[in-house]
Design a protein. Structure first.
Length: 137
């Protein structure tokens, strides 16, 4: 029986496609940037907090309501009037057990009390006021 001569085939090398890998890496980069930005609370709203020498540290509250110098309220990326605060807190899912109010140092005390009343009307029992550490003047 005669054997057929072997025909040598050129060696096939694996081909590494770089474009799909770049697409995946860009997707991961965008994903992590979006997650990191959503983890920054109250981004974009500047509030000058009052100082307190005897302030204590509280565990992070599920909801922070910022009270700006002009009287506007800001929470979860939205700005709204005081009249909507109690309704928004009552319809918030899950219902917050505690709320921290971060009021600007130049806001009238009566306006801070009005915000605290609206939070209490919504059924939130634990209300905190955000401050920055001071030297105890």
């Amino acid at each position: 029986m005669a054997r057929r001569p072997r025909v040598l085939m050129p060696a096939r090398h694996a081909r590494l496609e770089i474009v799909p890998m770049i697409d995946v890496m860009m997707f991961l980069l965008v994903f992590f940037v979006m997650i990191a930005l959503s983890m920054i609370p109250n981004a974009g709203l500047t509030v000058e907090l009052p100082g307190a020498a005897a302030a204590g540290h509280l565990p992070p509250a599920p909801l922070v309501v910022a009270l700006a110098r002009d009287g506007g309220l800001h929470a979860e990326g939205e700005t709204f009037p005081l009249a909507d605060l109690a309704r928004r807190l009552a319809s918030h899912t899950p219902k917050p057990a505690s709320v921290v109010i971060a009021a600007d140092r130049d806001v009238d005390v009566q306006h801070v009390i009005d915000v605290m009343d609206a939070v209490r009307r919504a059924g939130v029992t634990q209300v905190g006021l955000a401050t920055k550490p001071s030297s105890g003047q």
